[in-house]
Write a protein that binds this ligand. Structure first.
Ligand SMILES: [Ca+2]
Ligand SMILES: [Ca+2]
Ligand SMILES: [Ca+2]
Ligand SMILES: [Ca+2]
Length: 198
């Protein structure tokens, strides 16, 4: 039985019915994560799983959005080793990895736990927020990493925000000023940052 790492919902094959996108430890290859799509039938049930892509190593979280504006859903994956992986979809059930880059791979910042998406710099392109909730030598501050979207479905590095604890990070406009804020929920309490970066 493969271990489920993360799940997201979206209409991958653009038939108007929600599909389930899962990141699972591979059945067949050690140290590999498979992206699997369960195509929704629209009646609450799903078809047999369809293999879509694989990523070397372990993925802790995924988010599924259309990153390049072609109407087909794409996948962003936070890797256990601290890298970020971007896979583009073509409207079928397949995804192809088109970018991966290190985001939190040093001794003081290691790992990628959660991935969320929002437009943090108001340029109309989705940006990625990843968290690292562990470090190679505790107690280190926990990091929230922002990677800015270019609008073509690829990303540039951005600021890293230190935070005491960040179990959950949710981007939304909490103060209704038109700009995206970050709600950070950690072990030490709940914190709202009105802007994630200077
Ligand atoms: Ca569908
Ligand atoms: Ca797309
Ligand atoms: Ca943006
Ligand atoms: Ca705001």
């Amino acid at each position: 039985m493969a271990a489920l790492q993360a799940m997201a919902l979206g209409d991958v094959d653009q038939d108007g019915r929600l599909d389930a996108i899962l990141a699972e430890a591979s059945h067949f290859v050690y140290d590999e994560t498979d992206i699997i799509v369960y195509r929704g039938r629209g009646d609450g049930s799903f078809e047999a799983p369809s293999f879509s892509a694989s990523i070397l190593g372990f993925v802790n979280d995924i988010d599924v959005r259309d990153l390049n504006g072609d109407g087909a859903l794409d996948v962003v994956a936070a890797h256990d080793a601290g890298s970020l992986h971007v896979l583009h979809g073509d409207g079928s059930l397949d995804f192809m990895e088109i970018q991966s880059f290190e985001r939190c791979t040093t001794a003081s910042c290691r790992g990628g736990e959660r991935v969320e998406m929002g437009d943090l710099d108001d340029d109309g392109h989705l940006d990625v927020i990843t968290t690292a909730t562990r470090s190679s030598s505790a107690p280190h501050p926990v990091a929230i990493m922002v990677s800015y979207g270019r609008g073509d479905g690829t990303f540039d590095g951005g600021p890293t925000i230190r935070h005491g604890s960040a179990e959950v990070v949710i981007p939304a406009d909490f103060d209704a000023d038109g700009s995206t804020d970050l709600l950070v929920v950690g072990g030490g309490g709940t914190h709202i940052s009105t802007r994630p970066c200077p």
